[in-house]
Design a protein around this ligand. Structure first.
Ligand SMILES: NC(=O)c1ccc[n+]([C@@H]2O[C@H](COP(=O)([O-])OP(=O)(O)OC[C@H]3O[C@@H](n4cnc5c(N)ncnc54)[C@H](OP(=O)(O)O)[C@@H]3O)[C@@H](O)[C@H]2O)c1
Length: 332
């Protein structure tokens, strides 16, 4: 099969498109012919390497997979269209799970075939095209989980960083459908226009305006009910600052670094909470599919690259020029 391997950590040039042997079926596993695999920031982390995190080389990236079952099992038939729920239970104490194609022993979907546990197979909902279906298993599921953990109700105000990101664009779409007021942040006018089109009520260009002042002005100095923070070190202080009394900051990412310098007094004097979110459950993924279908929501796809052009896809994500999901066309 054709696959993209990494043999060491590094820049996009370590992504190597080549012919390798097919994966073999093993007990309780299924082989999926990968149609599409979305690119996620996790792919950049695994490609670049993170301290204390290991992969066995050669490794195949790609955690956001849609495709076709090569053989049936249980209620699934050969040829069924499926998506892959990406979390695998961890055997390391005090860690919840690892992710297929991420840091861990499972190869991912940058390949024509992928071997995954049967229990990770989920029927692809007809509402989505094969390409759209691949984009939901990571960013959309995590955004869904974050919004659920925020406890926000209709009419509440949620502040979402990075409107153009996978997580940010998903959170805007899902929050809008839940009837939340949305404040979001972008870094240029083009992204700001697209964020408004998605339904954000207030869009702040962080290069032209003061994010805290604009947010407090919009909320009559009260602050927001919840912040969706996937950016990390550089945004945590602002996220805590804009929370209202009793507000919740939901954190899932460290794009700008994993060690934040925050004002603890501000946090406790507001009786605010910081809540971590890691992906979501398989049941949440199925509920997300249903919610998107009944609210007629399709994921935002920025661009599609063929698997052999994976380096360009990674460069685009690292440039931050995308709005929504970047997708790799693998076999279809
Ligand atoms: N915990 C989980 O289960 C989970 C799941 C999915 C993703 N994640 C993590 O969430 C993060 C986002 O993932 P993604 O795939 O959505 O990434 P992405 O599409 O690459 O987006 C990165 C975003 O970061 C924003 N950003 C960068 N520097 C910034 C700064 N200094 N201030 C404000 N915003 C800044 C960019 O917006 P601008 O245009 O404003 O620069 C962009 O929107 C990653 O760290 C990823 O690992 C975690």
């Amino acid at each position: 099969m054709k696959a993209v391997l990494i043999r060491k950590h590094g820049g996009p040039d370590v992504l190597s498109y080549e012919e390798i042997g097919d994966p073999q079926t093993t007990k309780d596993h299924a082989i999926v012919k990968v149609d599409y695999c979305a690119v996620n920031h996790l792919d950049i982390w695994v490609r670049s390497g993170l301290p204390g995190k290991q992969v066995l080389f050669p490794h195949i990236l790609g955690c956001d997979i849609s495709g076709i079952l090569v053989e049936g099992f249980g209620k699934f038939k050969k040829g069924d269209k499926v998506v892959v729920y990406p979390a695998i239970q961890s055997d390391i104490p005090r860690t919840s799970f690892f992710i297929i194609g991420g840091f861990g022993k499972y190869h991912g979907g940058y390949a024509e075939l992928v071997r995954v546990p049967q229990k990770n197979i989920v029927k692809k909902p007809d509402w989505f095209s094969d390409m759209e279906a691949c984009a939901l298993n990571i960013s959309y599921l995590t955004a869904w989980n974050m919004l659920e953990r925020s406890g926000c109700k209709k009419g509440d105000t949620v502040f979402i960083w990075g409107a153009n990101s996978g997580i940010g664009s998903a959170a805007i779409l899902l929050a809008k459908a839940r009837g939340f007021r949305i404040i979001t942040v972008t870094s240029n006018e083009n992204k700001a226009g697209l964020a408004r089109k998605l339904g954000a009520d207030l869009v702040i260009d962080r290069n032209r305006a003061d994010v805290i002042n604009e947010t407090l002005k919009y909320t009559n100095d009260q602050g927001v009910d919840a912040v969706i923070d996937h950016v990390g070190a550089k945004t945590w202080p602002t996220s805590i600052e804009v929370l209202k009394v009793g507000g919740k900051m939901i954190a899932c990412g460290t794009t700008t670094g994993g060690e934040a310098n925050v004002n603890i007094r501000t946090l406790y004097s507001k009786e605010a909470s910081i809540i971590g979110a890691y992906l979501g459950t398989k049941l949440q993924l199925i509920a997300l599919h249903e919610f998107m279908k009944s609210n007629k929501i399709k994921p935002i796809i920025d661009s599609v690259f063929s698997l052999k052009d994976v380096r360009l896809a990674h460069q685009k994500m690292e440039d931050g020029s995308q709005f929504g999901k970047i997708v790799l066309r693998v076999s279809s």
